[in-house]
Design a protein around this ligand. Structure first.
Ligand SMILES: Nc1ncnc2c1ncn2[C@@H]1O[C@H](COP(=O)(O)OP(=O)(O)OP(=O)(O)O)[C@@H](O)[C@H]1O
Ligand SMILES: O=C(O)c1ccc[n+]([C@@H]2O[C@H](COP(=O)([O-])O)[C@@H](O)[C@H]2O)c1
Length: 214
């Protein structure tokens, strides 16, 4: 079973990395690929360009052999729909390989408004990582979906290629990229919120010094 974890990663931080490692280990994934988006479809465009966010991810995962960075969304100019990403991955993996899409609880809250959500579930399992301050299933429609598709067990996920939803307990870290960008714009160092090689990259390149995050 393999996993992908899509995000803006502007920048990647420990709130992505530790929960991702919890999933890699807890679900027994063979590998977990981080998939940075190019063109956001649901939010403001990222502050850092594709090349910088890719470089920061590579710097962040260098010491974890189970992690990889998958640039496929960066190579498309079209909106970074997860549906299209999964179509291209499925072409490579074939229909039978078990595939997990990791998302945080806040992203899951909007899942039914994504492009073709039910087709996404036909191509992958959803692994929803709890996140401080976010109730993953407050909408009735999401609760119904979870009732129909919920799964408690990594072995049951591994036995099917796609279609199930699992809530995964992960280390709760109240860290966000927004907060990190704000700290930098205020002239403060966001040490210990993100890996040192990522912070080195940010400081070397001057990213996020001028703020627009409030
Ligand atoms: N601290 C965290 N704990 C659990 N999941 C997280 C955490 N931070 C981000 N995620 C999840 O990681 C994915 C990518 O998140 P993203 O790159 O947007 O980070 P973010 O910190 O939410 O960024 P921003 O503050 O810019 O919105 C999303 O599915 C999000 O829910
Ligand atoms: O495909 C969609 O319609 C869609 C809508 C909202 C979010 N996503 C994906 O969800 C992931 C997390 O998004 P974000 O904004 O929390 O970084 C990222 O990979 C996005 O491309 C995808």
């Amino acid at each position: 079973m393999i996993g992908i974890f899509g995000g803006t990663f502007d920048p990647v931080h420990h709130g992505h990395l530790r929960p991702a490692l919890d999933c890699l280990q807890g679900l027994g994934l063979e590998r977990l690929s981080f998939v940075p988006l190019k063109v956001a479809v649901h939010r403001e465009q990222p502050r850092a360009d594709a090349q910088a966010r890719f470089a920061m991810l590579e710097a962040a995962i260098q010491s974890e052999p189970g992690f990889a960075v998958d640039p496929r969304e960066l190579l498309r100019e079209t909106p970074s729909y997860t549906y299209e990403t999964l179509m291209s991955l499925r072409d490579e993996l074939g229909p039978r390989r078990s595939l997990c899409l990791l998302i945080g609880a806040d992203a899951f809250a909007g899942f039914l408004r994504w492009y073709r959500p039910m087709e996404i579930l036909e191509m992958a399992h959803l692994v929803v990582m709890r996140r401080p301050g976010h109730d993953p299933a407050e909408e009735p429609a999401l609760r119904d979906l979870y009732r129909a598709r919920g799964c408690e067990d990594a072995a049951a996920l591994a036995a099917l290629p796609s279609g199930r939803i699992q809530f995964q307990d992960v280390t709760q870290l109240g860290i966000s990229s927004t907060r990190i960008r704000q700290l930098i714009a205020q002239g403060k160092r966001p040490r210990y919120l993100l890996p040192d090689p990522v912070l080195d990259y940010i400081e070397r390149t001057g990213l996020y010094r001028t703020g627009s995050d409030g």
